[in-house]
Design a protein around this ligand. Structure first.
Ligand code: UDP
Length: 315
């Protein structure tokens, strides 16, 4: 297929673009490089530097879009909600408009667990309430809502994948955020000497060791789900699937595994809770397993951390 990957110079987008090229698709990456890196575009993909608000030319002759381009920092979204609504919702509306003009009727969308907000139960199912607690999650939910409407109104075929905590690397394709807020890369930065210690945001949660539980999914497993989704899109339908491992690991467990993998002592300093962090966020991925036959293969935290460490250091 001829595919447009928006945000394909970013972390998840570059891994998906790489897997699509390996699967024999003709891939164009559209990325404005505001947070992505040109050298993350995989060999064999065409690169267009530009905005999703101006995607018409890049969409000519395309069979489907995989849409990753977005602002994705929760804290920043609270400080600059307008930026998040403009980029994530406004940008996507412009992209959808251009898709209609160019007759492109299929899209796989990078959604998030942040659409659910504070969960009522664990693991979270797709039918659970969506009550995002920050503009990032709200803007992604607004796109999901739009996709449902456009499927009904315009015959768009769409799949939203709601990611839980993506981690690990796929060869040289890895997490490289200028502002790094995520736990695993921050812990590994202590092992590489870029940071002196890692902060543990709260040890008084109602969990076995008092730190938050998260569902870490290997980026390679996550990316594979996009290829399955692409193959199963039905025009006129919008499907939503969670993507996680179904297992929660605590902040302390993550730090311990990072110590084992790197052989570094990784000092940890206990700090206050981070605003807006739910105690437990674990996905039920039963729906995508049942309907698309997806199954995570790299489920051990050790494997996820080892791959992140290798990707980081070329070890
Ligand atoms: N966390 C932490 N120290 C850090 C970064 C994150 O203790 O330097 C905690 C955070 O409070 C949360 C978990 O690690 O409980 C995962 O956070 P991350 O930002 O990686 O992902 P989120 O679950 O917020 O999407």
């Amino acid at each position: 297929m001829r595919l447009l990957v928006t945000g394909g110079a970013g972390y998840v987008g570059s891994v998906v673009a790489a897997q699509l090229v390996e699967a024999g698709h003709e891939v164009t990456v559209l990325d404005d490089l505001s947070t992505g890196h040109a050298d993350a575009v995989p060999d064999g993909a065409r690169f267009v530097q530009g905005s999703i608000s101006d995607a018409s030319a890049a969409l000519a002759g395309v069979d489907a879009v995989l849409h990753f381009a977005a602002k994705s920092l929760v804290g920043e979204s609270v400080e600059k909600p307008g930026l998040y609504w403009a980029n994530n919702l406004g940008g996507t509306l412009a992209l959808l408009h251009a898709m209609r003009e160019q007759g492109v009727r299929r899209i796989v969308f990078s959604s998030t667990a942040a659409t659910y907000g504070e969960p009522e139960r664990s693991p979270i199912q797709e039918s659970d309430p969506t009550r995002p607690t920050n503009p990032y999650g709200a803007s992604k939910l607004a796109v999901d809502t739009t996709l449902t409407a456009y499927a009904g109104l315009h015959g768009l075929g769409a799949v939203s994948l709601r990611y839980f905590n993506v981690a690990g690397a796929y060869g040289r394709f890895r997490e490289r955020h200028t502002v790094e807020t995520h736990l695993i890369p921050n812990v590994l930065k202590v092992a590489t000497g870029e940071r002196e210690s890692v902060s543990v945001f709260g040890t008084d949660y109602p969990t076995p060791d008092g730190t938050c539980l998260r569902d870490y999914i290997h980026v390679s497993d996550l990316a594979r789900a996009h290829l399955l989704a692409l193959d199963t899109i039905i025009e006129g339908e919008h499907k939503i699937y969670n993507l996680g491992n179904g297992t929660g690991f605590s902040v302390q467990e993550v730090i311990s595994v990072c110590r084992e993998v790197t052989g570094h002592e990784i000092p940890a300093v206990v700090g206050p809770r981070r605003a807006g962090d739910p105690a437990v966020l674990v996905a039920s991925s039963e729906k995508i397993q049942r309907e698309l036959g997806w199954k995570p293969e790299r489920t051990s935290l050790r494997e996820i951390v080892s791959d992140a460490w290798e990707g980081l250091s070329g070890r």
